[in-house]
Design a protein around this ligand. Structure first.
Ligand SMILES: CC(C)(COP(=O)(O)OP(=O)(O)OC[C@H]1O[C@@H](n2cnc3c(N)ncnc32)[C@H](O)[C@@H]1OP(=O)(O)O)[C@@H](O)C(=O)NCCC(=O)NCCS
Length: 218
């Protein structure tokens, strides 16, 4: 009975958001305590899950500034804040608990990306060149962050504005990424430096791919 009520409340929550103009695919899951600002500027594609107490703020002039791809999971207490920019996430990605993503200068996250808990992505910086004027009055500058497909970002990482993390890369826990990371790199530390490359022989053979396809079909 309790589960039935919970399910009903969940369905009503989603229906209400759709009535407020949110674009949604099929089978989305929104847990309790989440908050959506400007829902008509948010698109959650089929199978997306938004876990408890996450906040999605689409406060931006852009058309649909927050877009989340199929089967991507947003875990607990994540803050996605478009802030006059945009946040676009591909399919089958995973954004861990308490991640903070600020879209001021635009954030693009690919598909099959894993971002561990407490990671922050920042696309804005305060100007600070004039010592005699308070920094809060000198304006800001923004630059995009791009995280390509199949990247794994370790716990508690900070990614600063203007950075592209190449496909297939791993960023070690606790890193501060200040510069571009080439594809298939393993980078750690503050500032993040490439310590090794993922080897080419880690690609599956044609035989392995066929085996995997067969497993998925069954
Ligand atoms: C980056 C990572 C994947 C590297 O794994 P690995 O390729 O097996 O590398 P190793 O453990 O052999 O470490 C290689 C070197 O990098 C150092 N190193 C590894 N991880 C590091 C990190 N996060 N920060 C700083 N240095 C790190 C090691 O101390 C070692 O240094 P040494 O050669 O001087 O001894 C791993 O250490 C990591 O940080 N994983 C993230 C874990 C996480 O956040 N999990 C959350 C679940 S989603």
């Amino acid at each position: 009975m309790k589960a039935l009520t919970k399910n009903l409340i969940k369905k009503m929550r989603i229906k209400l958001l759709k009535l407020r103009g949110m674009k949604t695919g099929k089978n989305i899951d929104i847990e309790n305590g989440c908050s959506f600002e400007y829902p008509k500027k948010i698109c959650l594609r089929s199978g997306v899950r938004v876990s408890r107490y996450s906040i999605l703020k689409a406060n931006s002039e852009y058309d649909i500034p927050i877009t989340i791809g199929e089967k991507t999971q947003i875990m607990e207490q994540v803050l996605l804040c478009a802030n006059e920019g945009s946040i676009r996430i591909g399919h089958d990605s995973w954004i861990g608990p308490q991640c903070l993503i600020y879209g001021n200068g635009h954030v693009k996250i690919g598909s099959h990306v894993m971002i561990a808990a407490k990671t922050s992505i920042n696309t804005v910086s305060h100007n600070h060149s004039i010592v005699g004027i308070p920094m809060c009055q000198q304006g800001i500058n923004t630059a995009p962050v791009v995280i390509e497909d199949n990247v794994w970002i370790g716990l508690n990482t900070t990614i600063l504005q203007g950075v592209t993390i190449g496909k297939g890369s791993i960023i070690g826990a606790g890193a501060v990424v200040t510069k571009d990371i080439p594809p298939y790199s393993i980078a750690v530390g503050t500032p993040a430096r490439v310590i090794s490359k993922r080897k080419d022989d880690s690609f599956p053979s044609q035989k392995d791919v066929l085996k995997l396809t067969r497993v998925n079909v069954n």
